[in-house]
Design a protein around this ligand. Sequence first.
Ligand code: 4AZ
Length: 596
Amino acid sequence: MKPIPSLVFTLCLLLCTFGQKHRYLIEECVSKGYTQNSCQKVFCQGWQRCVQGSCLCKLPYQCPKNGSLVCSNDGNTFRTYCQLKSFECQRKLSRFAHRGSCSIQKMFQVVLEPESATSEGTVQVKLNPSQKTYICGEGWGIHEANVVCRERGFPEGADFIESVDAENLTLPLHCLQAECRGTETSLAECAASQLNQNNGKVAKVVCHTQHEECSSQEFRCVNRKCIPLHKTCDGINDCGDLSDEVCCRACRTGSFHCKSDVCIAEKYLCNNERDCLTGEDEHSKLCEKRPKTEPGEPSLRSREEASKSHTEATEEEGYAKPSMDEERKRIKTLFTQPYCGIANHTVTRRKRILGGNNAEKHEFPWQVAIKGERERISCGGVYIGGCWLLTAAHCVRASRVHIYKVYTGMLNSIEMNNASRTLRFNLKRVIVHEKYNPKTYENDIALLEMAPNHMGKCYTDDAVPVCIPWSKYMFKGGEQCKVSGWGYDEELTRQYALKWGYIYLMENCSAIYKNRYFEGMECAGTHDGSVDSCKGDSGGPMVCLDSNNVAYVWGIVSWGENCGVKGYPGVYTKVANYFEWIARYTGMSLIARYNQ
Ligand code: 4AZ
């Protein structure tokens, strides 16, 4: 009787699990071991900075100066929350006790009951040496449990959470409802408010202590915890290190898919904190539909109201403590954000690169023209700030630094010698990528340092630097980007007007160009080849826009199988792969937009 259903069950177990894994998780990405500390995928915390793809702890002095005092659990007062977190980050400890100086006595210390079993129990908080209170079962989730475990010295967080009956209850239960973002290291950083709970349920946790084999229905987190597969890609940080949310082809109901394949819980959309690298969580259509919540403490306010409805009028005033979330967000937004990628231009189009449109004034304020020995423009280039330009390595030779002229603020090359409209610069230095291969066009990228003109400047007032992408996950196949230049058009005739066109990023390029395609290259074009870069556009920018219309130089025009040939898109140098290389010469402060 039994074998049939169990066979079906086993079969489904195998197939359904397989389907589940592949429907949501991207295996190739999972194998890279990304976590909340991978700045290729997510933003670092304000007390961290991104170094070669990883969020590393800042030193306390690198924190913003303004902020207010906080007290650590070993009795030291810190000038700011950021300073305490940076100190804690380096020592891998839980240190936060409360806001304000340590001279104010405030206790919020987590204990597990019974104390004999150190890694599990019901969760209680000491509010003073003689008073303990429960954490409510209501609102108790994996984010809160992970924080409690971290604070108790279990860095991987919780394995298991439960709501259990409180023992020996005669009166309605007073408990604290906690709400955490999931990355805190102590429960005191989370919001807490008093609830008079009628059902008497309290929070219980089992912290993760030993690593086991994960079953076929489980996902192995980077921190080696096992979580059920159905809890991956749901916007909830079950692993505690976020590794279950950063390699998702799609996201489950209740969560939002960032282009970088990270899932964000819907409650974190439109909350004035950029979670997706290119900001779509704050600019998606969802934000227009919903009234925007105030950046204050919306969750707390609503919970205070909720708790009031639970509280009898005769009761003493309730306990309520805001989270450190607003301060955490504030520190994060104080990152250096140099001005880049913003074209000061409103669009009025005249239809006419190959298949493109004529550019208008201020539309591509980062575009420059490079002239070699001959009279005409030989290549494009892109202004990235200071005295620095990017171009293709095949456009320049380091030994010929003195022959090049760079024109900025130019729309039409007939104006090349019209000094009132365009400025001309000499070069001080040509840095060709050390691994540029002129035979294969691998690493076809070069940095040019302009020599300041007689006024000591390297740029026209209306030149705007383009932003440099810091992660290869910011834009992906299918996205629309713009390429611009003075190169040949459809008739392969030379152009005088700066032209531009929309092209689309393509992912399958090694299938097209086979062994001519290498890491560090990217293809883009249109399906019919009607828009393409061509001879003379080389070295110029392909820019992609984030949700705020900020332009990033995603590619540099490099090569292709002729121009405008259907099935043979243009090949571009993938700038994100060279972020560290560029920063090595220009300095990080010139090109860092967020958390570097
Ligand atoms: C070139 O010869 C060239 N269609 C630039 C771009 C492309 C082809 C050739 C891409 O400079």
